[in-house]
Ligand binder design. Sequence first.
Ligand SMILES: O=C(O)CCC(=O)C(=O)O
Ligand SMILES: [Fe+2]
Length: 332
Amino acid sequence: MDTIDLFRDEKDEIVKIIKDLDKKYGSASSQNFVQNAPLHAMELPRRVRASLAPLKYDEEHAGITICRGFPVDLKTNTPDGWDYPQSYFPAIPLDYFAVLLGSIVGEAFGWSTQQNGKLIHDIIPMRGKENQQLSTGSASELLLHTEDAFHEYRGEYICFYCLRNPERVQSIFATIRDIQLPDHILDTLFENRFFIAPDDSHLDLAQRVDAASETYHRDLMEDENRFSLLYGNIRFPYLRFDPAYTIAPSDDQEAANCYVFLRQQVERNVHKVELRPGDVCLIDNRKVVHGRAAFKANYNGKGRWMKRINISSNLRRSAFLRSSDMLRVIGT
Ligand SMILES: O=C(O)CCC(=O)C(=O)O
Ligand SMILES: [Fe+2]
């Protein structure tokens, strides 16, 4: 896991760049800004840009890089959920910084079925949802998972960043690069013998944009559609893993045993990180699974507030699931 702590002069420089960007664009999730973000990211300090290169190009890299220390001065109270009116959410410099960093590794996108298609998701505990295995939960540990594991066009990278974390909640990560698997288990996990169901945050049928995305989603629900849990190069595997939604095949004991073994290995290789306000964490969603420790949500306006951006390294692959007027939103 790589960490880069911003120097004072770097912070000053970035804050100044972002002030100008905010004057020009008004919002970090505006279509115009996101489109031009790769260009603006070239103006970030060289050391910051260089710190993300291994995440993009090095197969042996663990797949987690945390950039720490960006200043946060947040006046707005933590809302009771992501579904507050959009006008409630302030444009903060950290949003711009996260989009800029994300644009160095790929292209930000949203899902029509998640948080009304927003590009920047709010991760906030919600009353009555304490035990959900979703970002709205709190009281139960959020199990390590690949983001949107069920979907072929899931982000290759995910950017998480922290606005508030007074409860000192630990984020948890595990990387497939820490895990050694015996050959026969590796071979089995590379075969299409597993089913991962769409997670509950994508079940809002009303939000699907068109017939192509409806058909695509219906196919994903068919459990004879089986995938491999590992893919890519057998020497540098990628991982697709989501225990809350994975169905270990009842008709295939060998595959089920290999899945249990993988799960144990993932759980034995956990890294715990207490993210602080201003920390931006970029993970490679092919190598790294993420989750969160359990905590007690207070709903007092000052509690934990994280944000998330999905990042694709090739958004054009999902063109058939996106309508032209919502270019960066996949209909699932
Ligand atoms: O609460 C967190 O830190 C992570 C939640 C999560 O898995 C997600 O938002 O994708
Ligand atoms: Fe997640």
